[in-house]
Design a protein around this ligand. Structure first.
Ligand SMILES: [Zn+2]
Length: 71
């Protein structure tokens, strides 16, 4: 596994793989696979999830809410 060590403290994700960035949560976090598939049955670019149409943004909000993340 490709682990990075940083001097500054950073909020690492509960999965232990990466920092808890928007990209990690929305695209890659293995802990959220189930929730992600429910909201986006097919792969969706991060750009669409963050800057897409109002409908897309609502999906992103739904995902974040069901993932139990604080926005
Ligand atoms: Zn994660």
């Amino acid at each position: 596994m490709n682990r990075k060590f940083k001097l500054a403290p950073s909020p690492s994700c509960a999965c232990g793989q990466e920092d808890q960035t928007a990209e990690h949560i929305l695209q890659r976090c293995p802990l959220l696979d189930e929730e992600r598939k429910e909201v986006w049955p097919s792969p969706t670019p991060l750009q669409t999830k963050l800057y897409g149409s109002r409908q897309e943004l609502e999906k992103t909000t739904t995902f974040i809410t069901s993932a139990g993340l604080i926005v």
